[in-house]
Write a protein that binds this ligand. Structure first.
Ligand SMILES: Nc1ncnc2c1ncn2[C@@H]1O[C@H](COP(=O)(O)OP(=O)(O)OP(=O)(O)O)[C@@H](O)[C@H]1O
Length: 400
């Protein structure tokens, strides 16, 4: 054959047909999608095996591609790797192109630095001796070996030992060509998060206890390169609807609070003056006022209903999911959340439904005890414990 590469170009997808069929049949992922590169590689590996059985090799045909990854067939027996590969290339590419075109300069620059690190196989990582429960030779270890990039979001919330345990495990299970003991086994790690938000929770811990367990107190931090995203995109998306200068000033004010610049000497506690325009200063009933301010048209609607209970309502916001998706009232305790919910429900017409949260005790991690038998559903539903969601949720449904 004088031009094997031309025959290859025109026929490889036919040769790949039964490979896809067989993998779908034998795997737990019947919707498995393999990209062209992986498929070509699998066909080349099969051709190479046939040639080697006849004392030849694809290397004897310099114009032909040579299979890249000898591990390919073995990792396609791994259900964890197959699950990761099970995406629609076309859909993902078009979503990527859409999102990529929308990136700000700052986001694009960070994206490029991460992709460059992955391409160069360069490590950019943004109990004391514990490791994760991952063992050499398992499917999970193989998946980690095949992984190019690990993204860990909201990293400032996690205890530093979580990252250190992953570091120890990855050093142990990543197969290296060189013998050096690289951090995270040489994998590119991207940690996302904002230290102005929530830090790890240490029950009854002091400020220094908390600071001591965050990721930036770990030996890993010295290896991290810090990439900053400074534009508040949530507020930016609102720009058309609101005054631009006001939005910029508000974004800066939030950042200054987080950075501890606003308020007096800041040693854990500080008094912060809230600008007058953000406050509700005149009110009789605080809950009514905050609801009227957050859901303005809804309360007009309710006042009309109160005046003419049987009469038609002017506003139909209570049927409009978008109206509720764009506004929210936050409260620091379940008790206040309940009060606001109850008040809101009186404003919405329709039949009231009550939904209960999960209401049985999970005994899987406890020693069987006769006391558990006496925990009734009514008792469990009456608990409003800090840190748990409310157990009774009411909602109203209006019959059309
Ligand atoms: N380049 C962009 N163009 C348009 N909208 C964007 C852009 N980047 C982010 N957004 C929007 O800004 C909002 C916040 O983005 P995202 O949730 O990724 O931020 P985050 O920093 O992860 O937030 P958090 O602080 O909660 O972790 C989302 O609604 C997102 O769609």
């Amino acid at each position: 054959m004088s031009k094997p590469e031309q025959v290859w170009d025109q026929t490889w997808h036919w040769m790949a047909d039964d490979i896809v069929y067989n993998y779908k049949k034998s795997s737990t992922s019947p919707a498995l999608q393999l990209d062209d590169r992986t498929l070509q590689n699998l066909v080349l590996l099969e051709i190479e095996q046939l040639l080697q059985a006849n004392q030849r090799s694809l290397r004897d045909y310099p114009s032909m591609p040579y299979p890249e990854d000898a591990n390919c067939p073995t990792y396609l027996d791994n259900s964890l790797i197959l699950a990761e590969l099970n995406y629609n290339n076309e859909e993902l590419r078009s979503e990527f192109e859409h999102l990529f075109s929308q990136m700000t300069d700052e986001q694009a620059s960070i994206y490029n630095q991460i992709v460059e690190a992955v391409n160069k196989d360069k490590c950019v990582p943004v109990f004391e001796d514990s490791t994760c429960n991952i063992h050499q030779g398992t499917q999970l270890a193989e998946l980690l070996n095949q992984t190019s990039l690990i993204i860990w979001d909201e990293a400032p919330m996690a205890h530093k030992f979580c990252f250190e345990a992953l570091d120890h495990s990855l050093r142990d299970i990543i197969k290296h060509n060189s013998k050096d003991n690289t951090i995270f086994g040489g994998k590119v790690m991207v940690f996302g998060g904002d230290f102005r938000q929530i830090l790890p929770v240490i029950p009854r811990g002091t400020r220094s206890d908390i600071v001591n367990v965050t990721i930036n107190s770990s030996y890993l931090w010295d290896h991290c390169q810090i990439l900053r995203l400074t534009k508040n995109m949530r507020l930016q998306n609102n720009m058309q609807a609101t005054n631009q200068e006001e939005t910029v000033a508000f974004a800066q004010w939030i950042i200054d609070i987080g950075d501890g610049i606003i308020g007096d000497k800041n040693d854990g506690y500080a008094t912060i003056e809230i600008p007058q325009e953000l406050l509700i200063t005149e009110y009789n009933d605080p809950i009514h006022s905050i609801i009227s301010s957050t859901f303005p048209d809804l309360s007009v609607n309710v006042q009309l209903r109160l005046l003419r209970p049987q009469g038609p309502t002017l506003s139909h916001h209570h049927n409009d999911p978008e109206y509720f998706q764009t506004r929210a009232i936050l409260a620091s305790t379940n008790e206040t959340v309940q009060q606001v919910n109850d008040y809101m429900l009186t404003m919405i017409p329709g039949e009231q439904m009550e939904y209960l949260s999960s209401d049985s005790v999970d005994k899987s991690e406890t020693i069987e005890s006769c006391h558990f038998g006496s925990l009734t559903t009514e008792f469990l539903n009456s608990l409003t414990t800090s840190g748990y969601p409310i157990t009774v949720s009411n909602s109203r449904l209006e019959h059309q």
